[in-house]
Design a protein around this ligand. Structure first.
Ligand code: C2E
Ligand code: MG
Ligand code: MG
Length: 312
């Protein structure tokens, strides 16, 4: 048996019992967050953190409608440095707080269920912006919560049909944890998406609880070696051995492999000597607007639609 405790000290008069209990509750949540089996006293900053979260959540709902969310695209290059694909990444330009990193607001959206409308926004926007690309493939991040939502594959199919995109040019990026849960809905969605022609990439490979059987069970097409391995590969040592093993594994299973977070030429050279032939990172291109990446590659952009208006 385990036990987590939250406690609040009432050192001022006039505190309502319900308020005191709410404080103790917040302290209890903190005990659980910190790994359970401990006792935590309430501190006012815990309340502030909660209020902050609530207002951020409300603001994210507004952002979905008011245009402060946008997509940027980071180039993925081949061994010759040619841009062959781009990963769509979400940005939130908050009118007061400035740019909020997706690591914060995507996580918040996942915890509050907002990820479903947010994810739909991403798919809709990316399909619209990249519909006319012919030379580049496009990678889109999908959260575990989206993949386990009943009807997710059907939604993607509807959005794809509406934008008239070719699913064969699109890759959905999932994390290992998304696949680990092995829920019937996740597996049904993946099967349906693959049947439509989408491919599946495993993001941040090596950082989750990698179960190798997952790669085959979900017929993953590609793995993305996480930045944490890439960042120390040029120092030699363990990282290089791990990256080498990952690439060998990918080849043995006939999977494509890309290294992410490549920042230096030395890292790229080491990766290439391990057999990696696709790269993504600040070295070969920062995230940029759809227009910027399309211009770099010489893609036709979103052909202007002609509007004919009759007078009189
Ligand atoms: P990710 O999918 O692994 O994306 C790669 C992240 O690494 C991006 O951060 C990118 O800007 C950053 N990065 C790329 N190259 C380098 C490099 O050379 N050095 C360093 N230090 N960083 C590099 P970003 O855009 O902040 O996104 C963070 C995470 O947020 C993403 O990780 C992804 O998990 C999530 N995310 C972003 N956009 C979306 C989205 O539309 N939907 C969902 N569900 N998640 C998203
Ligand atoms: Mg990704
Ligand atoms: Mg990643």
């Amino acid at each position: 048996m385990g036990c987590s405790i939250g406690a609040a000290i009432i050192d001022q008069p006039g505190v309502e019992p319900t308020e005191a209990l709410r404080w103790a509750d917040l302290a209890l949540y903190r005990s659980k967050d910190l790994g359970r089996n401990r006792m935590t006293f309430f501190e006012p900053k815990m309340d502030m953190a909660l209020q902050n979260r609530r207002s951020l959540e409300a603001e994210l709902r507004t952002a979905l409608a008011d245009g402060s969310l946008r997509m940027v695209y980071q180039p993925q290059v081949d061994i010759h440095g040619r841009i062959i694909a781009a990963e769509a990444l979400l940005r939130w330009d908050h009118p007061q707080r400035g740019e909020i990193p997706p690591g914060i607001f995507v996580t918040l959206a996942e915890e509050t269920g907002l990820i479903l409308p947010l994810g739909e926004f991403v798919l809709r926007r990316v399909f619209e912006q990249t519909r006319d690309w012919r030379k580049m493939r496009v990678a889109i991040n999908v959260s575990a919560e989206q993949m386990r939502a009943p009807g997710f594959a059907a939604l993607v199919a509807r959005l794809a049909a509406r934008s008239q995109i070719d699913p064969a040019r699109y890759e959905l990026e999932l994390t290992e944890t998304a696949l680990l849960s092995d829920e019937a809905e996740t597996s049904a969605n993946i099967t349906a998406l693959k049947r439509l022609g989408f491919s599946i990439a495993l993001d941040d490979f090596g950082t989750g609880y990698s179960s190798l059987s997952v790669l085959q069970r979900f017929s993953v097409d590609k793995i993305k070696i996480d930045r944490s391995f890439v960042s120390c590969i040029a120092d030699g040592g363990e990282s290089e051995a791990l990256v080498d093993a990952m690439i060998k594994l990918a080849k043995a299973l006939d999977l494509r492999v890309i290294a992410e977070g490549v920042e230096t030429a030395a890292q790229r050279t080491r990766l290439a000597s391990c057999g990696c032939s696709e790269f993504q990172g600040f070295l070969t291109g920062r995230p940029m607007t759809a227009e910027a990446v399309a211009t770099l590659v010489g893609e036709a952009q979103d052909a202007p639609r002609v509007a004919i208006r009759r007078r009189g």
